[in-house]
Design a protein around this ligand. Structure first.
Ligand code: BES
Ligand code: MN
Ligand code: MN
Length: 473
């Protein structure tokens, strides 16, 4: 089978063009950014799905959620059905002045495409549309039935996924799910992700007075909320940077012998971590003795994503009346999300000094996800990726979170294949996000081959033999 791959080869530039058009729409889903732009990107995605040959294109809605886009091609009777997932919303651009190219103008340089969403996750959308177009233009048909679902609220935690699945589970019924929203182990190394961390996050606010007070007139007796919050946040970790919330490691599922062996076989060292994350020289790595991969993939971690007390611009000789922070706690298998929210809040409250008023808001939680990559679907994915990249595919864990995966797989009763186009240098969520164009093309080739491989599996038998996704409580 050459022609869909030939088509993809000839249309490399066109696929980058498709991607660039989506990047030009700043579809930030965060509150405070214009929701019309997410609407606009949903409309653009819908139009693209139609233009690349999909049918029954539809914007799917549930109240108060950003729009999802659906389309299908269901003309392969007797063949299985694959559901393809990506998300069209993006993170905010961050600090404008830190970008070397304009965030919403996709710019090609050094073999990469720079811009917000070039990788996370508009590349995911284009991998699907390009692989589908390659089949339809070259062969006039696809080797299996295809449904496409593009989410609009992934970057804000998929808060409506339950009502969405309730409403649309029937429409989305499939034998396999393919999500294109993860990272490869390294540039050029095709990777299938079998573990995601969960995430608990919340705002915490400390208040001590009605309004800011002159720090000379009032300083001394008055408790400083910034110092109080600092003490509370500092209490989250011990001197080695391990999480100090009592019992937090209690339910963490240990690695099996086999898992430990396969993790060690990757030979990923502290030095590799430093190089990839570009940690400044002399700065320690924290979190105890475990290897960096175990810390990222199979241990919880805590981070303070933002702190606000006054601002650089308004910084004056004052004692502020309040201080605010956003805290995130990544979860691993067997940690309970609700219990983690409570443990985090209890701990912060307990370490609040001087009777300061503590309040929490916007608490969210979603559990980790882990799958045993066995069965014909995973074998098909490994074959397709190995051929598409010209290099042996690997199974990896990941420290990131995709709240949709667990409930999605469970409701549809279908195995989830997580394959993505990011790499360690992509900088998602940071300024100067970029996509490796060589890997982008190889991902499209792999998707073309994956449809062929999945299409060979008998629809129902493939489903029965597939492993059940283990959703941590
Ligand atoms: N694509 C990422 C998740 C990801 C990245 C998984 C790399 C595996 C490897 C996704 O867009 C993301 O950022 N998810 C959020 C989820 C959160 C809002 C609940 C995350 O991980 O912070
Ligand atoms: Mn993503
Ligand atoms: Mn993301």
């Amino acid at each position: 089978m050459n022609s869909p791959l030939d088509y993809a080869e000839k249309h490399r530039k066109d696929f980058i063009e498709d991607l660039s058009k989506l990047v030009a729409i700043p579809s930030v889903s965060f509150p405070g950014f214009p929701p019309e732009t997410v609407e606009k990107s949903a409309a653009a995605v819908a139009e693209l799905l139609k233009a690349r040959g999909l049918e029954n294109v539809e914007i799917l809605r549930v109240p108060d959620a950003h729009p999802y886009v659906y389309a299908d091609w269901l003309h392969a009777p007797g063949r299985p059905t694959v559901l393809l997932y990506a998300h069209h919303d993006v993170q905010p651009a961050g600090r404008e002045e830190k970008w070397k190219t304009p965030p919403f103008v996709a710019t090609e340089k050094d073999g990469r495409l720079w811009g917000r969403g070039t990788a996370d996750d508009k590349a995911g959308v284009i991998v699907h549309t390009s692989a589908i177009a390659s089949w339809l233009r070259a062969e006039g048909k696809l080797p299996l039935n295809v449904k496409v679902m593009i989410e609009g609220e992934e970057e804000i935690g998929s808060g409506h996924l339950e009502s969405f699945l309730q409403k649309y589970a029937k429409k989305l019924a499939a034998d396999f799910i393919v999500l294109t929203d993860t990272s490869n182990y390294d540039v050029g190394v095709p990777s299938i992700t079998t573990a995601l961390r969960g995430l608990v996050s919340m705002d915490v606010e400390v208040r001590t007075a009605d309004h800011p007070l002159h720090s000379g007139m009032w300083g001394g007796p008055l408790p400083d909320p910034a110092l109080a919050l600092s003490k509370m946040l500092a209490s989250l970790v011990d001197d080695e940077g391990r999480i100090a919330i009592p019992g937090i490691y209690k339910n963490v599922r240990p690695l099996t012998k086999l898992e430990r062996k396969s993790l060690e076989s990757l030979r990923y060292s502290d030095k590799d971590f430093r190089a990839q994350a570009q940690v400044l020289p002399g700065v320690d790595l924290v979190g105890g003795k475990a290897s960096p991969l175990e810390k990222m993939w199979r241990l919880p971690s805590v981070s303070v994503n933002a702190i606000q007390v006054s601002s650089r611009k308004d910084c004056a000789n004052i004692i502020n009346e309040s201080a605010w922070a956003h805290v995130g706690l990544r979860l691993v298998p067997d940690m309970d999300a609700k219990a983690a929210v409570k443990a985090l809040q209890d701990h912060l409250r307990k370490h609040a000094p001087w009777g300061v008023k503590v309040s929490f808001s916007n608490a969210h939680g979603s559990p980790a996800w882990l799958v045993d990559p066995e069965g014909p679907a995973f074998e098909a994915a490994a074959r397709a990726m190995t051929e598409g990249f010209g290099r042996e595919a690997v199974f990896i864990g990941s420290g990131g979170s995709i709240p949709f995966v667990g409930p999605f797989g469970k409701v549809l009763g279908a195995p989830a294949l997580l394959i993505g186009v990011e790499d360690p240098y992509t900088n998602p969520h940071s300024e100067n996000e970029s996509l490796h164009l060589g890997d982008f093309h190889k991902s499209i080739r792999s998707a073309i081959l994956l449809y062929r491989e999945l299409g060979k599996l008998p629809a129902k038998a493939a489903r029965r033999a597939a492993p059940r996704a283990a959703v941590a409580a």
